[in-house]
Design a protein around this ligand. Structure first.
Ligand code: CA
Length: 237
């Protein structure tokens, strides 16, 4: 599953070129030709990164960027701004508005791909990793395999997703509600006690001998991966 990229650009030829090359690099690509359409789209579903043209019909790239930075859920969203040569003096304004990076047209496609990759890696290093590990735990996303100390562990789909979610955010404590949002998704109503049930199952499967529980219960707060456990096993920091 590749990162999702929204390309907001009104030059059709450029949109086609970007879509073709980004898809060839394994990304899921969506496109919008108007700033206001992109704004609406992102209120429904957020991409992992936005390639945003400066001059757009409906709503300018600069205004859209400003709006995205003002919303809590898109405050950190990686944005690469495209500007035409001659607008270059304006690029300071572009960055001041909150774009993470900018590229001046005409640009080389490999250059843009490199910037996209770099920005995604900076924004969410764990999200792109194929193998997530913590202590002696290892989760391979390509093979959908989990192992502890090299010993394979069979997890059900929900337990798998729970563990993946924890491994994507090592050290963070999640409330039941946050786990429901992150693992089950916001749109489904599920009782918070369901989280406890699946955490219990995950614990049992990961730790059959009960010698070392990789999941920590944080009283009154929720659950987290146990950082003591990671240190004991000497995981790479
Ligand atoms: Ca344009």
């Amino acid at each position: 599953m590749g990162a999702r990229i929204l390309v907001v650009e009104d030059e059709e030829a450029l949109t086609t070129l970007l879509r073709y090359n980004l898809e060839a690099d394994g990304y899921d690509v969506e496109t919008a030709a108007r700033g206001d359409d992109a704004d609406t789209r992102m209120k429904e579903r957020l991409p992992d990164l936005v390639v945003l043209d400066w001059m757009l019909p409906g709503l300018s790239g600069i205004e859209l960027c400003r709006r995205l930075r003002a919303r809590p859920d898109t405050k950190q969203l990686p944005i690469i701004m495209l500007t035409a040569r001659g607008e270059e003096s304006e690029r300071v304004r572009g960055l001041a508005t909150g774009a993470d990076d900018y590229i001046v047209k005409p640009f080389s496609v490999p250059e843009l791909l490199a910037r996209v990759k770099g920005l995604l890696r900076r924004a969410a290093p764990e999200r792109l990793a194929t193998v997530l590990s913590y202590g002696d735990l290892e989760l391979d996303r390509d093979k959908r395999r989990v192992a502890r100390s090299g010993r394979p562990i069979d997890l059900g789909p929900t337990e798998y997703r729970l563990l993946e979610f924890f491994l994507e955010h090592p050290g963070r404590v999640f409330s039941r509600e946050q786990l429901l949002d992150g693992v089950w998704g916001r749109d489904i109503y599920i009782d918070e006690r369901t989280v406890d049930v699946h955490i219990g199952r995950l614990r049992k499967l990961l730790n059959p001998g009960r010698e070392q529980d990789p999941i920590r219960t944080v009283r009154g707060a929720g659950y987290a991966l146990d950082d003591r456990f990671a240190k004991v096993e000497g995981s790479p920091s």
